[in-house]
Design a protein around this ligand. Structure first.
Ligand SMILES: Cc1ncc(COP(=O)(O)O)c(C=O)c1O
Length: 396
């Protein structure tokens, strides 16, 4: 099928919920995609933080196809070796206690929310109103009705009410406001260590410590949504390692290396809160996906990999800074990078120009160009991509 025919079928038969770029990949490897017309693109997006090891990584392919050749799915009434191994890796590496597997980030957060409410119901049976979850302004937690309610951005709330009740919002990095928000009806706080969709907004260490302390004092569960920040993206396997340990950790995106998976991992306090029959999903913990995820974890945690993510992230930020671009800020943690563009510039136009010139970048918030390159991108591809991106600011 030709490039143009594929685009025509896509727009004719798929709901128009995404503002798609006219790119139809024919093949891809490392950090490079070639489209059906032979045009090449450098990828600074990893499919929104999913393809952690880049495109068609050989080891990941071997792990996935190796499992596919054995069996593709088994229901959750039975045991699968790769799934059990993946759970062991996540639990031992996070220092938490038990994992549950689903298929997406939103589902992982749904499970965390259910766990937090059930924990409160078990521990405080005489306080049935103790079910509220505090989330942060500009957060993003998913697109289901409940995770939209947890998302602290009005723009996502239009049209879809009524939402699941029991959520309220407080500003990031404002300890006083957080204290006021933690009223007697609250049972948990959900937060991203670095807000991705909201604009690459970084939690301060002071705020994280206060958050942990306030949750401990009040027996509230702290949920870290690491769906975007986890699995090496910020330069440590989990970004909570640079902050404080949560009671519940949610993961998705980069964990599967390109196949759909979500997980929530619970610590000591809440590991046994969900008992038999209380939660489930048909596809969660798929063995093929789990085999790929085990390979992702093993590679990311092998010698020097995470240090290289930190080094490449710092290199990208300083290379961008040296170009004296019209920007308000260049920020990030590891390879999760936000470029806040100067007033009068459009982050979306810059992304579009980059696309036309063969570089894929993301946007976030109202004025941020967001970069989530594959974690194993080469310096050669980084330099080429930065060269293209800098030129796009000049044009804008
Ligand atoms: C921090 C965060 N949480 C949750 C989600 C939702 O994940 P999914 O799209 O897999 O449901 C996302 C997706 O962008 C995210 O960045």
């Amino acid at each position: 099928m030709t490039h143009d025919k594929a685009i025509q079928l896509d727009s004719q038969y798929i709901m128009g919920t995404y503002g798609r770029y006219p790119l139809v990949p024919a093949s891809a490897s490392g950090s490079m995609i070639t489209d059906e017309n032979g045009k090449k693109y450098i990828d600074f997006t990893s499919g929104i933080g999913v393809n952690s090891l880049g495109w068609c990584d050989e080891g990941w392919l071997r792990a996935v196809t190796g499992q596919l050749g054995k069996f593709q799915h088994i229901s959750n009434y039975f045991v699968s070796v790769p799934t059990a191994e993946l759970a062991k890796e996540l639990v031992t590496r996070s220092g938490l206690r038990k994992a549950f597997f689903g298929n997406s980030g939103a589902e992982a957060n749904e499970g965390a929310i259910k766990t937090a409410r059930k924990y409160s119901s078990d521990r405080y049976p005489d306080r049935p109103n103790r079910r509220t979850i505090v989330s942060l302004d500009r957060s993003f937690h998913g697109r289901t009705i409940t995770t939209l309610a947890a998302t602290g951005q009005d723009v996502f709330h239009r049209h879809f009410d009524p939402f699941t009740a029991g959520f309220k919002y407080s500003p990031l990095n404002d300890i006083c406001a957080l204290k006021s928000a933690l009223t007697a009806d609250v049972c948990a706080v959900i937060a991203e260590p670095v807000q991705g969709e909201g604009g690459v907004n970084i939690m301060t260490a002071e705020f994280a410590s206060a958050l942990r302390q306030l949750c401990d004092e009040r027996d509230l569960l702290l949920i870290f949504d690491e769906i975007q920040t986890g699995i090496g993206r910020t330069g440590t396997l989990f970004s909570f390692e640079q902050y404080v340990k949560p009671d519940i950790l949610t993961l998705a995106k980069g964990l599967g290396g390109g196949l759909p998976v979500g997980a929530f991992v619970c610590g000591e306090k809440c590991a046994s809160v969900l008992g038999s029959g209380m939660h489930g999903t048909t596809f969660g913990g798929n063995p093929v996906v789990a085999a790929g995820a085990c390979e992702v974890l093993s590679r990311i945690t092998s010698g020097g990999f995470l240090a290289s993510v930190r080094e490449k992230g710092a290199y990208i930020r300083s290379a961008l800074a040296s170009k004296n671009l019209p920007v308000k800020d260049i920020r990030g943690l590891g390879m999760m990078i936000g470029i806040e563009v100067a007033d009068g510039l459009s982050h979306k136009e810059i992304a579009r120009t980059a696309f036309d010139r063969g570089l894929l970048v993301l946007t976030a918030g109202s004025n941020v160009v967001r970069l989530l390159p594959p974690l194993n991108i080469t310096y050669e591809d980084i330099d080429a991509g930065i060269g293209i991106l800098a030129g796009c600011f000049e044009k804008a």
